[in-house]
Ligand binder design. Structure first.
Ligand SMILES: Cc1cc2nc3c(=O)[nH]c(=O)nc-3n(C[C@H](O)[C@H](O)[C@H](O)COP(=O)(O)OP(=O)(O)OC[C@H]3O[C@@H](n4cnc5c(N)ncnc54)[C@H](O)[C@@H]3O)c2cc1C
Length: 545
């Protein structure tokens, strides 16, 4: 193996250059500088509920989401700025018998808030406060708060953070109930491991709308409702109007109640060429090495728990693909650990990688300037389809073979088509499977199969590619990542409606098992109790028991 340094700026592509490309309205996979993405409803919200109808120039922005495949067509949008207004919006809408949905950050992969049946959209993106609530000894965060703001405020105020996702314009509203995770999961677990309480507007059997609080305290009669918000996904039980976060440490010092954020990271980005050196054997060894390393380095106690890496094999038409890695610069010997990691990943492949980036960078700067999936070829592509899988073991040869087949197909040439294989495990696996509704607690990798494109005319070929790719990878288990085997089901924050479509999921393993494993019964019981009229639902909605 040898590494060649190359001064080439592949991050951001046209975004960094300032070219006028058609990025999705709310940020997307090409990367984004956080400050450029304010909440669209923030300027509208006020002392009373605001109704925005289709004739209003603001309507188009409010009904759009991060996935350009979906645009809502509600009769109107209600913009709420506090919990009482949310309750009023729900009350008024129920009285009219209209179906509604709630939107916080608009980053849903599927059409949960934009489905044609949704007649009223309740936009709560302006409810974005982030503060320390001394009465609960916890950080109170509004559902509209975007992750970029959360990271900035927690870091600037207290030097702490939540181990959440990478895209800074994803909002807490939908991210948390889906078990949001990100690059700090190996060091600190996932966001819901710190969720202490929620305030939520629910509708009871009689149709009465009320605001309640559910905490993780064992004597809280609403504890199961808290539990349901640690992995069921958004839009199932009510509208969460506030989240509180803290660990179980005693004391009043806010800085001790959430994980300390790294101050500085060492970042590495290397690319692998899709040329004649990338034989099937070399590709297979690379993926096997990457997954085997994560199996072998799953301890939360080892310094490697503070290393996060993602290998992102793209379709061959991209010409190359990236592996991005970060390690907390404060780890003793961090540079040497990173070098040893890179050497292990390429060992025996015969491949030469190119160093695109190797630098120290402030952690906060890094999270606020998300590079996206990395590399050229994503800009202007606002439509996407994603599928996911947890991985517990080294990637089997048959799965890698399917990766290679679909990434080198010659009847498909989209450079923005890939599988992101992201490191997981370590601290994310410390809680028991039933401690939260995120049941997958012994996986070492999460995989995101995703492709992006620009126009509706390209939908069918792109949907077909990602569906065939996924079905082939998991052919041994009916075309889906069967839980508790090599794989462990799928991740609800990467919502994939195909799993609930009997024409596309013929495995005999239901979507609810794939997402929630044995926890589904508990989620159903909570549904029956707190949303008995099934007012809050969507394609992957929790069903009543
Ligand atoms: C570019 C991109 C990058 C991403 N990266 C990551 C990542 O690194 N890690 C990760 O875990 N996920 C990631 N996600 C997925 C993201 O966490 C989910 O899509 C999440 O549901 C988005 O929440 P939202 O509030 O922004 O979206 P919305 O579309 O507003 O909401 C999503 C769902 O939650 C419901 N919902 C929203 N607010 C509330 C509320 N207050 N109460 C109850 N239900 C609510 C909605 O009705 C909808 O069903 C990414 C998504 C995108 C598009």
């Amino acid at each position: 193996m040898s590494a060649i340094s190359r001064r080439r700026f592949i991050r951001h592509g046209a975004v960094a250059g300032g070219a006028a490309v058609a990025l999705p309205a709310l940020g997307g996979w090409a990367g984004e500088a956080f400050a450029a993405q304010p909440s669209p409803a923030a300027a509208i919200a006020g002392g009373e509920l605001v109704k925005v109808t289709p004739g209003d120039p603001r309507y188009a922005t409010l009904v759009a989401g991060a996935n350009g495949r979906w645009k809502g067509t509600p009769d109107y949008v209600l913009v709420a700025s506090d919990a009482d207004q949310v309750a009023q919006a729900v009350r008024e809408t129920l009285a009219k018998g209209l179906r509604f949905a709630v939107k916080s950050g608009g980053h849903c992969y599927e059409d949960f808030t934009t489905h044609s049946g949704v007649r009223v959209l309740i936009d709560i993106s302006a409810m974005a406060e982030i503060e320390f609530d001394a009465s609960r000894r916890a950080f109170a965060i509004g559902p509209g708060a975007q992750l970029g703001s959360v990271y900035q405020k927690l870091y600037d105020g207290w030097g702490v953070t939540l181990p959440g996702g990478t895209c800074p314009s994803v909002a807490v509203g939908g991210h948390i109930p889906g078990g949001g995770y990100g690059p700090l999961a190996r060091s600190h677990g996932i966001t819901v491991d710190y969720l202490y309480a929620i305030e939520i507007v629910v509708v009871d059997r009689a149709g009465t709308v009320r605001k309640i609080v559910a905490t993780r305290e064992h004597d809280d009669p609403n504890r199961e409702l808290w539990w349901a918000h640690t992995g069921a996904g958004g839009g199932n039980y009510g509208i969460v109007t506030r989240y509180w976060f803290r660990n179980d440490a005693g004391g009043l010092d806010p800085a001790a109640l959430l994980p300390r954020a790294p101050r500085e990271l060492i970042i590495s980005e290397v690319t692998f060429p899709w040329d004649n050196t990338m034989t099937e054997a070399a590709f297979s060894r690379l993926l096997r090495n990457f997954s085997a390393w994560h199996v072998a380095n799953a301890s939360a106690d080892h310094p490697y728990a503070r290393l996060f890496s993602a290998l992102k094999p793209r379709h061959r038409s991209a010409g190359e693909f990236l592996m991005s890695t970060q390690i907390d610069a404060a780890v003793p010997g961090a540079d040497a650990l990173l070098d040893a990691y890179l050497a292990e990943i390429v060992a025996g492949t015969g491949l030469t990688y190119t160093v695109v980036t190797r630098k120290r960078v402030d952690w906060l700067y890094n999270v606020l300037n998300w590079p996206g999936l990395g590399g050229d070829g994503f800009e202007g592509k606002g439509r996407f389809k994603a599928k996911s899988a947890y991985l517990r073991k080294t990637l089997p040869d048959a799965q890698i073979k399917a990766f290679y087949k679909h990434l080198t197909r010659t009847d498909y040439d989209n450079p923005a088509a890939l599988v992101e294989i992201a490191g997981y495990g370590a601290a994310a696996n410390l809680p028991a499977s039933s401690a939260t509704a995120t049941a997958q607690r012994d996986s070492v990798i999460k995989m995101l199969f995703v492709n992006l494109w620009a126009t509706e005319a390209e939908d069918s070929q792109n949907l077909a590619w990602v569906r065939e790719f996924y079905r082939d990878v998991f052919a041994a288990t009916g075309g889906v990542p069967r839980p508790s085997g090599v794989n462990d089901g799928a991740f609800i924050n990467y919502a994939d409606a195909d799993l609930a479509d009997p024409a596309l999921n013929t495995s005999g393993i239901g979507w609810s098992t794939l997402y929630f494993k044995d926890g589904y019964c508990r989620l159903q019981a909570a549904k029956t109790r707190w949303d008995p009229r099934n007012v809050f639902t969507h394609t992957l909605g929790i069903e009543r028991a």
